[in-house]
Write a protein that binds this ligand. Sequence first.
Ligand SMILES: *[C@@H]1O[C@H](CO)[C@@H](O)[C@H](O)[C@H]1NC(C)=O
Ligand SMILES: *[C@@H]1O[C@H](CO)[C@@H](O)[C@H](O)[C@H]1NC(C)=O
Ligand SMILES: *[C@@H]1O[C@H](CO)[C@@H](O)[C@H](O)[C@H]1NC(C)=O
Ligand SMILES: *[C@@H]1O[C@H](CO)[C@@H](O)[C@H](O)[C@H]1NC(C)=O
Ligand SMILES: *[C@@H]1O[C@H](CO)[C@@H](O)[C@H](O)[C@H]1NC(C)=O
Ligand SMILES: *[C@@H]1O[C@H](CO)[C@@H](O)[C@H](O)[C@H]1NC(C)=O
Length: 906
Amino acid sequence: MACQLPLLALLLTAASATAMQCSTSALPHNARVDCWPEIVGASESACHGRGCCWRDDSETVNDDSEPFCFYPADYPTYRLVGSRDSPAGGAELALNFRRDSGPSAWPPSRQIDQVSLSVSAHSDRVARIQIADRPDTSRWRVPLPLFGGDETGAAAQQFSVRTSSSAGERFFVQVTRNSDGWPLFDTGSSDGAFGPLLFADQFIQLSIGLSAQVIYGLGEHLGPFAKPLNQWKRFVLWNRDAEPNPDRNLYGSHNFLLAVGGGGRAFGIFLLNSNAQEVMLQPRLGQRATVTYRTIGGILDFFVFVGPTPKDVIQQYHELLGPPMMPPLWSLGYHLCRFGFGTLDRLKFIYERNVKINIPIDVMWSDADYMDGFKDWTVGAEKYSGFDTFIKQIHSQHRSVVVIVDPGIKNNSTGYLAYDLGLKMDIWMRTADNKSYIVGAVWPGDVLWPDFTHPNATLYWQRSSNEFLFKYPVDGLWIDMNEPSSFYQGSDTGCPKGNPLDFPPYVPHIIGYNILYQGTVCPSARQYLGSHYDLHNLYSYFEAKATWQVLRTRPDGQKDNRQRQFVLSRSTFPGIQRFAFHWTGDNNADWYNLRYSLSTILSFNLYGIVNTGTDVCGFNSATTEELCIRWTQLGAFYPFMRNHNSLGLPDQDPAAFSPIAQQIMRYHISLRYAFLPYMYTEFYRATANGSTVARSLMEEFPNDEETWLIDDQFMFGPALMICPVTVEGAVDRQVYFPPSARWFDVHAQYFAEVTPKGLQTVPAPLENIPLYIRGGHVIPMQDPGNDTYHQKLLQPFLLIVAPDADGLASGSLFWDRNGVDDLSLGNYQLMEFSASKGSLSSRLVHQFPIGVQMQLFGLQVLGVATKPANVIVNGRKRQFMYSNGWLSVSNLVGVDLKSPLRASWN
Ligand SMILES: *[C@@H]1O[C@H](CO)[C@@H](O)[C@H](O)[C@H]1NC(C)=O
Ligand SMILES: *[C@@H]1O[C@H](CO)[C@@H](O)[C@H](O)[C@H]1NC(C)=O
Ligand SMILES: *[C@@H]1O[C@H](CO)[C@@H](O)[C@H](O)[C@H]1NC(C)=O
Ligand SMILES: *[C@@H]1O[C@H](CO)[C@@H](O)[C@H](O)[C@H]1NC(C)=O
Ligand SMILES: *[C@@H]1O[C@H](CO)[C@@H](O)[C@H](O)[C@H]1NC(C)=O
Ligand SMILES: *[C@@H]1O[C@H](CO)[C@@H](O)[C@H](O)[C@H]1NC(C)=O
């Protein structure tokens, strides 16, 4: 009988809690924050044991994802200790809080009772909100350099902050935008919160009310680009080698969201935290949706970007992380790769057969085929003998070679430098007890893991690759399997039982049944900067940085350390764009993956990793001729275009297909080369000014709500709209033409202007990808060459002037000396074009004698209402053609774009 008393007491407490704080009037459905985020174990009594409310059986729910167990409105919270002095605007605020007694979702031993809140201005347009333990017990903080900080005075600050201010007041923080009073970051007020702040050793959670209609970001995931705030949805971030499928955590973690609301007003939120984490979206309730951030380590370190346009938010975020690398010019060309060339002879054969049918190519790749037993920095003696000669031959044709390297180093002590040196320099990741090295398994068999956070790791990476790079002077490195991905679960011996880092009390909903170490290294593994638990999502960041460093200081004498480098990484973390580009991993050759490749590429452009592409024609499973044609058409407008295919599958290089398919592929790859000057300039803008390259229509037309959910057509820069066919057998498709712009059809005779606008069905025969030029822009083009080197050297330019409704157009052109120099050297020309009714002129913004011709061959003006009597270019009357609004001037002999241009037609 004695044991019944506590039980009764518990039930009574729970019952009164239900009555008082759990009702729908206190907490409408959409405002309920999940108190049982685990996959299993929810029950009414367990829920009450956490002091939470259990959903009434009689309640009707709108969505199966609604939680059964949720926090009551007055769940214990943190309260202000002391009171806050009235703060001078702009100054950093630092406040201390202590938690009420009462129930806790976590064992009290893990709960952190005192926390601090600090709010500061990273710049006048970026607020930083940090919530940490107090006193500071040196919890994990992400060692990421941040940029764009600016101690501007309060006068320039474009946001205001409200927080708890009197002793005992509950925790809250609100950031609003000054220009319109818009709430950007809002945990609630002194009257109540959107959900409780929970702060425990391995479980931190904060809910905010998000005033927006749609958000973008929270990757890496496969699926739609836009996330309308009308659903319960969980986004899990934990870097993982997994074939892209919806609702999986994938290779990279980017906890950034771009929020857009009425009138296209935008703001952004970035959580700088590297632990396993998840973001839970709930459907909107009136103006706001509850969004819950949950992480199992570190601190909460939020950055809030005031916008107010989507472009502003993107620029503010990119500025914080540092600019993306400017890609070498050659890397904008066509890349041909596959796993399973098997031998160098086969690789050469595939290369040559595509050269023979005049496919423009810049880069040949080798997957792990080239290695000796899959060991890094080795070359298979028989199958790839003569690889050095081949690289020289490719270089003599001014083309490039990129090879793969994986981080795991084979445990092979028979004279394998990368292994011996790693042991000697002691740079491997260690087991939790520091007694031995963590052993993983990847393609070569058992491997040890370089700890790229170790101060000597870059030196190790250089010394182990020196000989290889000297003999095989490849132009770029492709870093794969760097989540890191292991064929063991944790290690060859699993992970130490009972270690809370390997078996945390809560694991976000990752794939693999909540086993944090599935397919990777034990979180308890030791790295120089901390535990793998904290550093896992950063593994690729540090590897990319070291790899970039290796290429900058390579020994082959041909390169100096002031050249742009090419590193391609599968796994990513914010900031990696300073060292690497990205492809979207092991996709499948199907229409779904073609369709949604766009969302991923648009998302990575938001994250600042603008140079991203997807394996064209699909990696896993056999492609079809039609799919490969459609994918090549779309891939021609990916920032990064590489055809890549997996082991044992039929060839999918252009020459593998029928003559008709070859012709269509050649045309579209050439079309990419024709737009090279425009694309290169957009990359320059992204690097110099913080912008996307591939971008959504929403970004260009934020106040046109019709654009918000569109992710099957997109823009390259501001001026080109690409509308791929993503449905098998389709010969037409619907295209949305934002009515506020003029659109000219690239494939129509005389670049006919599109009318009417809005949603239209357009023809999309297999031969062509629907492609439109937006009025208001001047697009620099070039006759396509067989590679970027010869094109740059030999081909003349063409300018397309597409005026807007007022007859105005502008554009720019970035062109440089050799396509690889660091921008900081200034070896480039930058010119701006501006056109008004009947005239076009250029202005040099940055001048450098780049030593190459920039011959202007032709000028085409679209939308010219009447046939002009005269066309004058640089003071000379020129021959021209005119038809249906299209004016074309060619044979512009002697016009050098490096000098100011003056053209008129009237
Ligand atoms: C490498 O493998 C050998 C043979 O299996 C083993 O004895 C040795 O301990 C391994 N070395 C490391 C550093 O794990
Ligand atoms: C180490 O490499 C050599 C040469 O490639 C190979 O013969 C040997 O089997 C390897 N040993 C192990 C333990 O993998
Ligand atoms: C871990 O072990 C290595 C090698 O024995 C030793 O050099 C290092 O100091 C140890 N680290 C710690 C934190 O004990
Ligand atoms: C790095 O290498 C240097 C030179 O060998 C050595 O003195 C130093 O201890 C190493 N650093 C670490 C952290 O192991
Ligand atoms: C840089 O960004 C600002 C703000 O978005 C914009 O006004 C400006 O035109 C951009 N400059 C260039 C060179 O793209
Ligand atoms: C590419 O074109 C240039 C110029 O016509 C030519 O010199 C070069 O040989 C071509 N490259 C190949 C690999 O055919």
